[in-house]
Design a protein around this ligand. Structure first.
Ligand code: HEM
Length: 126
């Protein structure tokens, strides 16, 4: 089979697997590493009142974690995964909205929520 065909087939299989919510460890680990970077970026941006940067990072949080929400975690309860991931994505969007309106208090509160949800998630699934 030609190389293009093989690449296409691999993408097709990955696509179908993610439709069925199969856990992709590489993707989760890469999302988590970016999550860690985003926390630092938001903390610094808010400290320096760079709200546009905070907004961007909050929305990146939402985008990244929404992509892994359909996965079924290898340990722990899928319903809890959905609840925590759903709350995580909506707190990230709230942070984005708060930063857009330059509301430091609400932006800080959203970041705190994200950190609390991450602790909850790690206790159950990591
Ligand atoms: C502020 C948000 C978060 C940060 C900064 C964060 C950070 C991390 C880091 C640094 C790792 C280790 C990655 C590595 O192996 O190098 C990790 C792993 C993990 N995190 Fe998070 N996390 C966050 C939110 C969450 C949430 C909300 C959940 C679940 C609901 C979650 C579930 C997991 C799981 C399951 C792993 C293990 C991945 C694997 O090896 O299969 N995390 N996280």
């Amino acid at each position: 089979m030609k190389k293009v065909g093989v690449v296409f087939l691999v993408f097709l299989i990955l696509g179908v697997a993610s439709l069925f919510g199969e856990y992709n460890k590489d993707q989760v680990v890469s999302v988590m590493r970016e999550n860690r970077t985003l926390v630092g970026q938001i903390q610094n941006a808010l400290k320096e009142s760079r709200f546009a940067d905070a907004e961007k990072a909050f929305y990146r949080f939402a985008e990244l974690n929404a992509a892994i929400q359909p996965f079924t975690p290898p340990k722990g309860d899928k319903k809890e995964w959905d609840r925590i991931m759903g709350a995580f994505v909506s707190a990230a969007v709230r942070g984005g909205v708060a930063s857009r309106s330059k509301d430091a208090t609400k932006s800080d509160a959203a970041l705190k929520e994200l950190l609390a949800l991450s602790q909850e998630g790690h206790k159950l699934f990591r």
